[in-house]
Design a protein around this ligand. Structure first.
Ligand code: TTP
Ligand code: MG
Length: 366
């Protein structure tokens, strides 16, 4: 039996603000980016968008992505707070550490949500419910924050289920009930189906997932191409995708012993280039960025030396990796040096692409 849980924190940023200031409890609380008063043509304006808001604020029709000015129109008495991202990231880390321990396999997918494979932890769906409940209780006890959990035979159904009874929800959808659960839901509940697709589907007379499941598959493929195939599978509750574990890595490196000890700079540099490429491939696979590059050499007398360079920001490109590695190697290579037996390239100070707005960049402009 495969049991996947999807956990999503309730009104995450605003729930943290309420926890920090209990006076906010029960009030419409809006957390927004770039909240600032600006003077324009003699008029004071508030700029920015709503990151999230408390469930009390949602009753006024306020939601993520809405202009703060619009939220202000809908609920002038709401508490408007700036985004304290550093705090939310710290809390996110703590929660993920707690939650991770419950899983055979764990995949964090955003600042406030994660998938857990708990297949070996529970024997049946009843136990799955109890197990999920334990997790919910621990996040409340340790962090003072509630979450919603969906339990299902796959990631997609678990994600739809976690959203089903928000906030503080727990929805279990066992295999035999997947169809019954999905059929009546609007197609917009399918992760990735936005207003655009919803509109096209509506034009085809499809409003609910059950109607999508019954629709002529050839027509779906014709209309949406490969995406049509995904829609079809999802509507039937089929999703074989695995939980992708991102192992926390402190560093990542490759090394090589030469067939014959050498001091030939050209040959050594060729190997450094090649090792850098291998490290780069591994970085790409894990979605990592680096700040520190190190090289290691073992001389013919087995003496080991390393040299490192830490750069100001996170980088991810092969050119930077090769260039810095070769620069670092310079003092070890050349006629006056001993022959080299082994070389290695390593990166450390890693970050994950996508985290904290990390993007790929290059140290060198071309
Ligand atoms: P969500 O889980 O989508 O929203 P939420 O946790 O606030 O509320 P819900 O109870 O419905 O899950 O997003 C998590 C956090 O990500 C959210 O608290 C704030 C941030 N966020 C933005 O900054 N901008 C956005 O447009 C969205 C959707 C979220
Ligand atoms: Mg959430």
């Amino acid at each position: 039996m495969r049991v996947i849980l999807h956990l999503d924190m309730d009104s995450f940023f605003s729930a943290i603000e309420v926890r920090e200031d209990p006076n906010l409890k029960g009030l419409p609380v809006i957390v927004g980016k770039e909240i600032e008063a600006e003077e324009k043509e003699g008029e004071r304006r508030i700029r920015g968008v709503v990151s999230t808001c408390s469930y009390e604020a949602r009753e006024y029709g306020i939601h993520s992505g809405m202009a703060i000015s619009r939220a202000y129109e809908l609920c002038p008495d709401a508490k408007f707070l700036p985004v304290n991202r550093a705090l939310y990231e710290k809390v996110s880390k703590e929660i993920m550490e707690i939650v991770k321990r419950y899983a055979d396999k764990f995949e964090q997918v955003s600042i406030d949500e994660a998938f857990l494979d708990v297949s070996t932890k529970v024997k049946d769906w009843n136990e799955a419910r109890g197990y999920a409940y334990k997790i919910k209780k621990e996040t409340v006890n340790k962090e003072g924050l509630t979450c919603s959990i969906g339990a299902a035979p796959n990631k997609m159904v678990a994600k739809i289920a976690s959203d089903f009874a928000k906030p503080d929800g727990l929805t279990v959808v066992e295999e035999a009930k997947v169809k019954m659960f999905l059929d009546p839901l609007p197609v917009g509940k399918i992760p990735g189906v936005g207003p655009k697709t919803e509109k096209i589907l509506s034009g085809m007379g499809i409003e609910r997932i059950g109607q999508l499941a019954e629709y002529d598959t050839q027509e779906l493929f014709k209309k949406f191409g490969r995406y049509g195939r995904r829609l079809y599978l999802v509507s039937k509750g089929i999703d074989e995708s695995e939980i992708k574990e991102k192992r926390e890595r402190k560093s990542l490196g490759r090394e090589r012993t030469f067939a014959k000890d050498t001091k030939d700079p050209k040959l050594i540099n060729t190997h450094i280039d090649d090792l850098a490429s291998k490290v780069y491939e591994a970085l790409k696979e894990g979605g990592f960025l680096f700040r520190t590059i190190s090289v290691k050499v073992k001389f013919e007398d087995f003496a080991v030396h390393t040299r490192s360079k830490t750069i100001k920001a996170f980088y991810s490109d092969l050119y930077t990796l090769k260039k810095v590695s070769k620069d670092l190697m310079e003092e070890f290579v050349g006629e006056k040096n001993k022959k080299i037996r082994l070389v290695g390239v390593r990166v450390s100070n890693l970050a994950v692409i996508g985290e904290r707005g990390m993007v790929q960049r290059s140290l060198y402009e071309f």
